[in-house]
Design a protein around this ligand. Structure first.
Ligand code: PLP
Length: 380
């Protein structure tokens, strides 16, 4: 047997990592400005993260959700306090798609409806309802199209008002669109969605799978708009590479035994990873660090010749270059050994480094980017 070939792979195999750096089999060193798709929040092989996981592994790594697991309570308490949602509850699962699938299901349990409102260029994962709410027909098939989903353009308040009525189950939106190319919804638009959902008893779901966990310089991107969603979904940075996801659920939702469930969600190792991440974020003030580092990085990128546009917040950055984005990314990787991300919007390069990336890394990235864009400009 061999792996099912669904991923286009770089011819690089990292075998070791630390902080914002990776090493391949031949000892070549790479700068990680992609965080393995926004997953690495507290840096690779952080000593506290490694020690907490090792110690948990030696005690107990898994038992089912049929027994007490105080690590789940500890994680829920810490996440609630640190994120600014102490009165919400937490349902734990294993990935971003699963978090959104459960959030959509909870919404439907609550109001008994099924119509979903989602947005152009959205990405919410690859499971049934999550992929149906994802604006990419190339990754959906007949089985997904049974869901009733209406896609609206970002920031169009009039269209939102026309389409969000008493037949709508849930409105799902990313705090900042990631795969779609680092696009922020306007604060006024998020406020409008909150108002429309309240008026029609529809459930507002904020997908913070990519934009959450401090990446944007606030714990959640929607906190810039000062709104409170009914459900918030998280994954990626939550476990720094250990598979864990979750739904933060407003107190208006009532839990009932059997309503949701999973075998692996909230297992001991996953909770240890989740707790280690929050402990490091709090101790090292990584949310503030992401905000400050991101601000400096974006300002300096804007001053480089050959840069067309820089978007985003904190360390969730999208940049457009005058030279084709794919060529700039390829040169950054092949010549300077820097990983960056592509996006659904082919013009945009995504930067999603670990939240504790430092000055050395930022300076190296900036000098490489200047050299690449300058050489592309000369070639033109
Ligand atoms: C905003 C958003 N939601 C959901 C997902 C799906 O997460 P996962 O791949 O963990 O299922 C992603 C993944 O890229 C994402 O960016």
């Amino acid at each position: 047997m061999k792996p099912f070939d669904v991923y286009p792979l770089f011819d690089i195999e990292p075998v070791k990592a630390a902080g914002s750096w990776l090493w391949d089999k031949s000892g070549n060193k790479y700068l990680d400005f992609y965080g393995g798709h926004a997953v690495i929040s507290v840096g690779h092989a952080h000593p506290h993260y490694t020690a907490r996981l090792k110690s948990q592994l030696e005690k107990i790594s898994f038992y089912s959700n049929a027994v007490q697991n105080s690590l789940q309570e500890e994680l829920a308490e810490k996440l609630g306090r640190f994120s600014g949602y102490p009165d919400y509850s937490l349902f734990l699962c294993n990935s971003g798609a699963e978090a959104n699938e459960n959030a959509l299901k909870l919404a439907s349990f609550r109001n008994g409806r099924k119509k979903i409102i989602a947005f152009g260029n959205s990405f919410h994962g690859r499971t049934s309802a999550a992929v149906a709410a994802t604006h990419d027909p190339s990754i959906t098939t007949s089985i997904n199209r049974q869901h009733e989903v209406k896609f609206l353009p970002f920031d169009d308040e009039a269209l939102a008002a026309m389409n969000i009525g008493s037949d709508v189950c849930a409105v799902i939106i990313e705090g900042i669109q990631g795969v779609g190319g680092i696009r922020e919804p306007a604060a006024t638009f998020l406020k409008k969605l909150r108002e429309l959902c309240d008026r029609h008893q529809a459930v507002l779901i904020l997908d913070e799978v990519q934009s959450g966990y401090g990446r944007t310089g606030k714990f959640f991107a929607h906190q810039f708009a000062e709104i409170g969603p009914d459900l918030i979904t998280v994954a990626k940075g939550m476990g720094n590479g250990f598979p864990i996801g979750g739904v933060l659920i407003s107190p208006a939702f009532e839990a009932k035994h059997g309503l949701l469930g999973t075998t692996f969600g909230g297992n001991h190792l996953a909770c240890a990873a989740g707790l280690a991440v929050l402990e490091i974020m709090e101790k090292e003030k990584l949310v503030e660090h992401a905000q400050q580092t991101g601000e400096t990085l974006m300002e300096k990128i804007r001053s480089i010749d050959g840069i067309k546009e820089v978007r985003g917040k904190g360390l969730m950055i999208g940049l457009e270059t005058e030279a084709p984005a794919a060529l700039v990314r390829k040169t950054l990787l092949e010549k300077y050994r820097i990983f960056t991300g592509s996006s659904g919007d082919k013009k945009t390069i995504r930067l999603l480094p670990p939240l504790n990336t430092g000055k050395t890394e930022v300076d190296y990235f900036l000098s490489a980017l200047s050299a690449v864009t300058a050489s592309q400009l000369i070639q033109k």
